[in-house]
Design a protein around this ligand. Sequence first.
Ligand SMILES: [Zn+2]
Length: 294
Amino acid sequence: MTLTARVAALFFLIALTSITTAAASDLKVVASIKPVHSLVASVMDGIGTPDLIVRGAASPHGYAMKPSDARSVSNAHAIFWIGPGLEGFLEKPLKTLGGGARVVRLGPEGHDTAGHTHTHDEHEADLHIWLDPGMAADMVRQIADTLASIAPQHSAQFVANRDRTLGIIAALESEIRVILTPFRDERAVALHDAYGHFTEHFELQPIIALSLTPQHPPGAARVADVRAQIEHERVRCVFAEPQFSEKLIRVIADGTGAKMGRLDPLGASIDEGPALYLELMRALALDFSGCMKQ
Ligand SMILES: [Zn+2]
């Protein structure tokens, strides 16, 4: 190899490295929704703060991207989301703006970023996977692996943060199990199909969902059907959610004897940040048991 060729090869390597790795101060990471953001923020603690797209009390179901979201996506080194079944609004922007980023679908389908398989299997429809602490732990491992490969100079910090976060999740899991165990045989109704992973993990009865997603409100026949179910199966609680009208829940529960409660599966009423996941899960368990105890 001539000297010029060697120099050229060296420059090529440097250029390649600068694309795939990022310095501490400019590691730009985007998370789709609050629970994902919280887990990413916990793994990035001491290194940086991820951007969040669906902020405040907004819902990912039917979200509309803002120009600032588009900027975050196009500047990112890594983007974490659940997938098109939950954050459908991100599917196109990731293709058109996210070209420079490592795009990571969290959860069971994991590293599969290529094909978009839209399954309509009933269980697949519920992508609120973070409500299962075991799946949240898998998400944390995926996040740490991804960040360590993008910014290897911080891998020791990512590993330490990952292990601390996994410890917090394990303790949280035991705490919630104790809170929920007395209510394993109780039935409940909620607004949308968001709690399958939660009830399955904690061995609760499946929660009856009024509709699959909040964009498709139930018709009169479905409302009548659920009211009949509440009476036949002695449903103890009917749960509203922060993003959606409580009027519907009142219509459902009215005159059935069921109590009304509130569940917040996204952390809509909790400040974003590393502690959100813990607070969200603890509040979910306490809100569930609080209504059941009435
Ligand atoms: Zn949802």
